[in-house]
Design a protein around this ligand. Structure first.
Ligand SMILES: CC(C)(COP(=O)(O)OP(=O)(O)OC[C@H]1O[C@@H](n2cnc3c(N)ncnc32)[C@H](O)[C@@H]1OP(=O)(O)O)[C@@H](O)C(=O)NCCC(=O)NCCSC(=O)C[C@H](O)C(=O)O
Ligand SMILES: [Mg+2]
Length: 279
């Protein structure tokens, strides 16, 4: 059964108030962050706070834990601590499939997600996506821009090659793929434009840093009523055409073939998954 990942909210694992608050926020998934959002002096206390927080009920929201890298003193402990209590362990700065192997060996049962945020990771996106334990890729556009020496532009042109490589790799292997964060969390119009760009490229949703960003991402990455209604009419029209021995239907002046029906079915499945999420 598919589940939506329109809105994936980061929460620093040292922030108890935000972790409590997230239990009532309309996020499809939460990334409890032990990495960049937690200061070195808080890393170990944050692990304890998160262990306690994960005992609470987060409803249907997917609970993902972003561990510290295995090249740090905290990485191995993070992976072991949350392998069972989280829905997946998110590994930062994955550059090659071997980075996943090292965590996979430590936590044999945990589903893995990968942060795609290094130049080498972009070039190796295909071999990373092939990893049998990997379920999702998450773009880390801040780290990627930093490494590339790229500037932030509304059209994200400097990041397009990497974003595109990761979308291709994720789609080939049927992985979930989530777009990077939009840093200016008070700029709703800027966020909407970036969400629309990510949606149009094929991303399943967007990572977010503030609750004020949830409504925009949830709306942009959901099929509209007009889209689901069109999808139903396409499915019906194609079934009718098929019953008459035809391989093609026409809806609203546009051709509908088998491949369009598959897209229409995916649209409806997504709308239904969102409705289930809302309870
Ligand atoms: C960005 C923030 C530091 C802003 O915090 P603050 O100034 O406290 O915000 P507000 O006063 O507007 O908060 C209002 C209420 O909302 C709660 N809140 C704030 N943020 C969150 C959140 N992320 N999740 C849940 N709840 C949140 C506050 O507690 C307030 O609640 P109340 O007390 O009831 O009024 C802050 O938003 C923040 O820390 N955001 C997350 C930052 C983070 O996790 N960064 C790391 C991930 S991004 C990254 O690393 C990307 C990637 O790796 C890359 O390379 O690109
Ligand atoms: Mg990063």
């Amino acid at each position: 059964m598919i589940r939506p990942y329109r809105s994936v909210l980061y929460i620093p694992a040292a922030n108890t108030r935000a972790m409590e608050k997230a239990r009532d926020l309309p996020a499809d998934a939460i990334i409890f962050d032990l990495e960049d959002a937690v200061a070195p002096s808080e890393k170990v206390p944050a692990r304890d706070l998160l262990t306690a927080a994960l005992l609470a009920d987060y409803g249907n929201r997917a609970r993902i834990v972003r561990m510290n890298g295995l090249d740090t003193e905290w990485g191995e402990g993070d992976a072991r601590a949350f392998a069972r209590s989280a829905d997946a362990v998110l590994i930062p700065k994955v550059s090659r499939a071997a980075d996943l192997d090292r965590v996979a060996d430590l936590v044999p049962d945990a589903p893995l997600w990968a942060m795609m945020e290094t130049a080498e990771g972009m070039l190796n996106a295909h071999e990373i996506a092939l990893h049998p334990r990997l379920q999702a890729m998450v773009m880390g556009t801040n780290d990627l821009a930093k490494e590339l020496g790229a500037r932030f532009r509304p059209d994200r042109l400097p990041l397009m090659a990497g974003l595109g490589m990761c979308v291709l790799a994720a789609k080939v292997h049927g992985l979930v793929i989530i777009d990077g964060v939009f840093n200016a969390f008070k700029d709703e119009d800027g966020l909407r434009a970036e969400c629309e760009q990510g949606r149009d490229m094929g991303f399943d949703g967007k990572t977010l840093i503030h609750p004020a960003q949830l409504a925009v991402a949830n709306a942009v990455f959901a099929p509209t009523e007009a889209e689901t209604e069109l999808a139903r009419r396409q499915i019906d029209a194609f079934a009718e055409a098929k019953a008459q021995g035809k391989g093609v239907a026409v809806v609203d002046g546009r051709i509908v073939e088998n491949l369009h029906v598959e897209t229409a079915r995916a649209t409806i499945a997504k709308a239904e998954a969102i409705a289930r999420m809302a309870g």
